[in-house]
Write a protein that binds this ligand. Structure first.
Ligand code: IMP
Ligand code: MG
Length: 181
């Protein structure tokens, strides 16, 4: 039978460097949760998670919301060649967000292509309001102008994995964020 590794062993196996620890993620998400709860006080929030990368972030974030919310997901695939975006994004969802207060929850704001595509697509449904919350904002030149209202952490231009983020579908389960390069 395969042995189950402890988190500490996984950190040893998977990472040379813990970029953002689980403790830092936890406390930042607690802050984001209370900021969002204050901003939407008295309203119901429709939280739209972007699969697959945002599954863990969303699950932790909604636990820190003190306002009523509904949770749904859409699937976004952006096609990359050697980590460089080809500019193609496909979305899959069956959402009806007309008149709702929508918060898009995404793992990372990189070039902005995916988030731009998603917000344009969901805006066509005429929500009452639409905002974006991204766990990470990667500092890269030539980002698309996307208004990301809530950001967890600013990071350098490095390829990161863990806490939902993957490399070829691997490492999503790590409880912290680490660099692969
Ligand atoms: P964007 O469209 O360039 O902003 O990036 C879209 C998607 O690329 C994100 O939702 C992530 O899934 C993925 N991505 C971008 N940077 C990274 C990274 O450093 N690690 C893992 N995935 C990333
Ligand atoms: Mg993603």
């Amino acid at each position: 039978m395969n042995r189950v590794f402890t988190y500490e062993e996984k950190i040893d196996i998977y990472s040379k460097e813990v970029l953002i620890s689980r403790e830092k993620i936890e406390s930042r998400i607690e802050q984001l949760g209370s900021e969002i709860s204050q901003d939407y006080h008295g309203r119901e929030l429709h939280v739209v998670g972007v699969l697959n990368g945002a599954f863990m972030f969303l699950a932790d974030l909604v636990r820190h919301l003190s306002i009523p919310c509904q949770i749904c997901f859409l699937q976004a695939s952006s096609y990359k060649d050697q980590h460089v975006s080809t500019g193609k994004v496909t979305l899959m969802h069956n959402l009806d967000l007309s008149g709702k207060n929508v918060l898009i929850v995404e793992d990372i704001f990189d070039t902005g292509l995916t988030l731009k595509h998603i917000s344009e697509d969901l805006n066509m449904q005429k929500p009452a309001s639409i905002e974006i919350c991204a766990l990470l904002n990667k500092r890269i030149p030539d980002k698309l102008a996307v208004d990301v209202r809530y950001i967890g952490f600013e990071i350098e231009n490095r390829f990161v994995v863990g806490y939902g983020l993957d490399y070829s579908e691997k490492y999503r389960e790590l409880p912290h964020i680490t660099c692969l390069d």
